[in-house]
Design a protein around this ligand. Structure first.
Ligand code: EPU
Length: 419
């Protein structure tokens, strides 16, 4: 089992080019199935989740290969519409292949997806939307067997009870080749959804309202392959900025998506760091101990404060001057990193969806374990500011979302090694 060993207490200084977005790449890779042609995806991060997606594509009869950060997907040979349970369990985004397979083949067999354990993560909204679009769905021995009764999806009016990112993406994927018009009300507005829509539009899809809470899709007969550049990863951006505020220092992040990261940046600035953005670069300087954030930090669907950045900001505020309060509104169990930060000397009380973080003067090194992706990143963040050595286990979680994290942190001046 690999571990990260981090010597903390060193100010960061350096620059790094941000990776492409994981949460955009995954649905876009699923979308490549719909084209029946060749898609070239640039700026695709090299991550275990991306390899899981490529294994699913290969299993379905597509050809997926990588050259550096460019993925080439040829879906002309797609001939299978069943994803084995083992592949489904590797990540949450495996469910995104459901919409794409129903769009292309009119049928699919999947199972409950895996992914980070952040509480119950049902797929009821995905299933009821697919039913509205004409799918007959039954469960047999844990397998979910879906078949479009008329052979292909048909457009529908779907109102989501909550703006679910995954359900919105699945509906879009299913709708672009459907018969007629699909309207999604209360759709999620995350930037990764806009990225998916931009990709599909480049493949010939007709989509209006991406990034808004009402998306209208007019189904097309056929799509075609394209070349597309994946957007930068706004959560990796939040993570590396948090590290620099936590440890103190001066860093430059290149290739950021600044407007999309704004809901996080506006809160981070309240810790007293100075942020300057020019072109696609963010310059951050943080010299003092961070200040606590006065207003409650409520995680909300975009453009609210992102749940994916809650853990890394918590590591920053664990040694801030004063008390900060988080309210996690998206997932019902997304504070598992708090116990590990406490092992490093943090003072954090969790009560249901609330976490009260009383800033301590300094964290100290400890042996800790990542239990989910963003929680793992928060431990790296805490370790960089801590006095002494921290050993982090559970790297399989971190490697799902951060491309060569030890290299990026090393370029920023952190003392980190993978052993
Ligand atoms: N939900 C349901 N039923 C559904 C779907 C969702 O009850 O059918 C609930 C979930 O249980 C959760 C809430 O709705 O409580 C929000 O879930 P959503 O569907 O929006 O999230 P997701 O699609 O499963 C994506 C990201 C997550 C990110 C969330 C919220 C990907 C691959 N995952 O998950 O990213 O936290 O949106 O922004 O895009 C991560 O990158 O670490 C990560 C967990």
């Amino acid at each position: 089992m690999q571990k990260l060993v981090i010597e903390g207490g060193k100010r960061l200084r350096g620059e790094v080019v941000l990776q492409g977005s994981k949460n955009s790449s995954l649905p876009i890779m699923a979308g490549a199935i719909l084209t029946g042609g060749e898609c070239v995806l640039e700026n695709c991060p090299i991550l275990t989740d991306i390899y899981s997606a490529s294994r699913i594509l290969n299993n379905l009869g597509c050809r997926c290969s990588f050259s550096g950060n460019t993925a080439v997907i040829d879906s002309s040979g797609a001939n299978c519409c069943e994803i084995p349970e083992k592949l489904m369990r590797e990540m949450r985004s495996s469910i995104m292949f459901m919409g794409a397979m129903l769009g292309r083949m009119g049928e699919c067999t999947v199972s409950i997806p895996g992914g980070c354990e952040l509480g119950s993560r049902p797929i009821d909204m995905h299933l009821s939307a697919m039913k509205k679009m004409g799918a007959d769905i039954r469960e047999e021995n844990g397998r979910i067997i879906c078949k479009m009764t008329s052979g292909k999806p048909r457009g529908a009016k779907i109102s989501l009870p909550f703006p679910s990112v995954g359900a919105t993406e699945n509906i879009i994927l299913c709708a672009v080749l459907a018969e007629g018009e699909t309207v999604i009300n209360n759709s999620a507005r995350e930037p990764e959804i806009e990225d998916l829509c931009r990709f599909l539009q480049k493949c010939g899809a007709e989509i209006k309202g991406a990034g808004e809470s009402r998306i209208v899709i007019r189904g097309r007969e056929k799509l075609h392959g394209c070349e597309y550049r994946i957007m930068p990863d706004r959560i990796a951006c939040a993570t590396y900025l948090s590290m620099a505020v936590s440890a103190g220092g001066e860093i430059i992040l290149k290739n950021c998506c600044i407007p999309e990261t704004e809901p996080f940046l506006s809160v981070l600035e309240q810790t007293g760091c100075s942020l300057y953005a020019k072109n696609d670069n963010i310059y951050l300087r943080s010299s003092l101990r961070p200040k606590a954030v006065r207003d409650r930090i409520r995680t909300m669907p975009h453009p609210g404060f992102p749940t994916d950045a809650q853990a890394v900001l918590m590591a920053v505020l664990a040694c801030a001057d004063g008390t900060s309060v988080f309210e996690e509104n998206i997932f019902d169990c997304r504070y598992r990193h708090a116990d590990e930060l406490v092992k490093m000397g943090a003072d954090i009380q969790v009560m249901g969806k609330i976490a009260v973080v009383k800033g301590v003067e300094r964290l100290h090194g400890a042996n800790v374990e990542a239990t989910d992706l963003r929680g793992g990143a928060s431990l790296v963040c805490g370790a960089l500011s801590a006095e002494g050595t921290t050993v982090i286990e559970g790297l399989n979680h971190i490697d799902r979302g951060y491309e060569k994290i030890e290299r990026a942190v090393g370029l920023l001046g952190g003392n980190i090694k993978r052993v």
